[in-house]
Design a protein around this ligand. Structure first.
Ligand SMILES: Nc1ncnc2c1ncn2[C@@H]1O[C@H](COP(=O)(O)OP(=O)(O)OP(=O)(O)O)[C@@H](O)[C@H]1O
Ligand SMILES: [Mg+2]
Length: 430
């Protein structure tokens, strides 16, 4: 055991058992006397405690020291990693009202989670997983969206692991988490400023460097700042199959979130142009969700179709988790179902020899015919009030991303009833 490991182990002795317990995914410390753990997606309070606030702060300062950062009255928060890769965030009092507050996200055994396991957990359907696999192979740009701890990084890991062997992948992360199993992966991690406030390297800097290092694809682990614009640029400049995650609750919200983040930088791009860029860049949004029973599921796999004549994003769900009920002990019953609509790039899937039967997109029991094109649903309403306010300019025709197939309608026919527009956007369900 190295010096860091043994010193951390001593300082964190009160929670050592939980750090060692594989069933525990998070350890949450709300001051020295209140410690919670997450097991199987559910929180439970433990009887563990630190001697006092001083002992807890000593542990946090020790971690900061080993990662070359500082946590004190002037810098009262800390982002760091433990020697085993677990992620830690801490906030000192007085901002943390009940004493030093810490969250430790245990280093997940992400490498051990496979699509087969996700299917067996009922987190995704076999058809949904098969479709995502083909999308990675075809180089579709994807955003994995979801709330905190919903499984975004896990999904991104899996998607990254499906990359064709001959491609060079550059991974950019704030704190290194992804463990992508592919033959040619180069990983970058941001660097905090030193004690003099110098030497910081932000995600934006690293994405720009990555672009000059002959990437085939770039993955940005977590998009939570103006680097959204850089990822969009990457996606729009021939690095097909690039990916990132963002915090949002629906696929439509994920696009709005990217837009908001992109505008946080020094960009002067008009909002209408930005929206077209985002809608053109992102082919699919994979929505992850932590359910009330603690399980994680893919709630949506949705295709981004462009922006409509009002400048609003058009998003079409292809697969969606449908809850059917709940057991007496609170377990959510249901499964991911197809939404009865083909992806616009179905032809591309087929001409590239992927064996993805059209029937996997059909609703259970629906008859597929090659009937006349399904009429597009009426223009969706804006996703959020903010985007409504920002969308007056849009008299332009619907902007489609560079066509991957050449259907005359926005969507190939399946002989199924058109979807009714949802309250928040075309085909977008909450
Ligand atoms: N489908 C799943 N079924 C069961 N557990 C899962 C599933 N997906 C992820 N997990 C577990 O849930 C925890 C959180 O997953 P993950 O780190 O991927 O979430 P995240 O959305 O990236 O979180 P954050 O918002 O903090 O970045 C991990 O312990 C992971 O192993
Ligand atoms: Mg994550």
């Amino acid at each position: 055991m190295g010096v860091f490991e043994s010193s951390i182990a001593a300082f964190l002795a009160p929670i050592a058992d939980y750090l060692a317990d594989e069933a525990v995914s998070e350890v949450l410390i709300n001051g020295p006397k209140e410690i919670w753990v997450e097991k199987k997606g559910k929180l439970e309070r433990t009887s563990a405690a630190f001697t006092d606030e001083t002992a807890l702060q000593a542990a946090v300062r020790n971690i900061a020291q080993f990662v070359g950062r500082k946590i004190d009255a002037e810098n009262p928060t800390l982002d760091a990693r433990l020697p085993d890769g677990s992620r830690i965030h801490a906030v000192l009092p007085p901002s943390a009202r009940s004493g030093t507050t810490v969250a430790i996200r245990k280093f997940s055994k992400a490498a051990e989670i496979t699509f087969d396991k996700l299917i067996s957990f009922n987190s995704v359907s076999a058809a949904g997983a098969q479709f995502l696999t083909v999308c990675v192979e075809l180089g579709k740009n994807m955003i994995v969206s979801g709330g905190t701890g919903s499984g975004k990084t896990t999904i991104l890991n899996l998607l990254g692991g499906l990359l064709p062997a001959h491609e060079r992948l550059m991974v950019v992360e704030d704190a290194s988490e992804l463990q992508i199993k592919a033959p040619h992966v180069v990983c970058f991690e941001t660097k905090a400023a030193n004690f003099e406030g110098k030497g910081a390297l932000a995600i934006r800097d690293l994405v720009r460097s990555a672009m000059r290092l002959r990437p085939d694809r770039i993955i940005v682990g977590e998009v939570r700042g103006p680097e959204a614009l850089d990822l969009i640029t990457v996606m729009n400049t021939g690095h097909g199959g690039s990916m990132g995650t963002t915090h949002a609750n629906t696929p439509m919200d994920a696009l709005v979130r990217l837009e908001t983040l992109a505008m946080m930088g020094d960009t002067t791009i008009p909002i209408s142009a930005l929206r077209r860029q985002i809608a053109g860049a992102v082919h699919l949004v994979v929505q992850a969700k932590r359910m009330h029973d603690g399980s994680r599921k893919l709630s949506h796999i949705s295709e981004v179709l462009g922006v409509d004549e009002h400048g609003n994003y058009k998003v079409q769900d292809l697969f969606k988790f449908m809850q059917k009920g709940k057991t007496a002990d609170g377990k959510i019953l249901g499964e991911m179902e197809p939404c009865g609509v083909l992806p616009t790039f179905m032809q591309e899937i087929e001409v590239n020899g992927h064996h993805l039967p059209r029937s996997i997109f059909a609703k259970p029991g629906a008859v597929i015919t090659s009937a006349a094109p399904v009429a597009k649903a009426a223009s969706p309403a804006p996703a959020v009030a903010a985007s409504r306010a920002m969308a007056p300019q849009a008299a332009a025709p619907v902007a489609q991303r560079p066509a991957t197939v050449a259907p005359t309608s926005a969507r190939p026919p399946m002989g199924m009833a058109p979807k009714k527009p949802g309250p928040t956007g075309g085909g977008q369900a909450a």
